[in-house]
Design a protein. Structure first.
Length: 95
């Protein structure tokens, strides 16, 4: 019984740690590019041609979409691991 409790607790802690790491990564993603850098990139691209503006916009959009997908998968896995840890903690052993 005690081994099961510690196993469930360890799995729960791993899941929570993964969720905390995911939220930390999301926080870092928010501060990755300041509005001034964003304006500078687009002003440099707009001085060239419309194609360069679209190219910069699409590349930034793809980059952010990939990062958001990565964070979403990490959060999903962290929540699944945490859920399994809680299930192990609260399950009753047959006596």
């Amino acid at each position: 019984m005690e081994e099961k409790f510690y196993l469930g607790l360890a799995i729960l802690i791993v899941g929570i740690a993964l969720l905390l790491f995911t939220f930390w990564q999301a926080f870092l993603l928010l501060g990755e590019m300041s509005p001034q850098e964003f304006r500078q990139i687009f002003s440099q691209a707009s001085s060239k041609s419309l194609e360069s503006v679209v190219e910069v916009a699409v590349s930034l959009l793809v980059y952010v979409a990939l990062r958001v997908t990565y964070l979403g998968i990490m959060a999903w896995v962290g929540s699944l691991v945490s859920m399994r840890g809680v299930q192990i903690l609260v399950s009753k052993t047959p006596e």
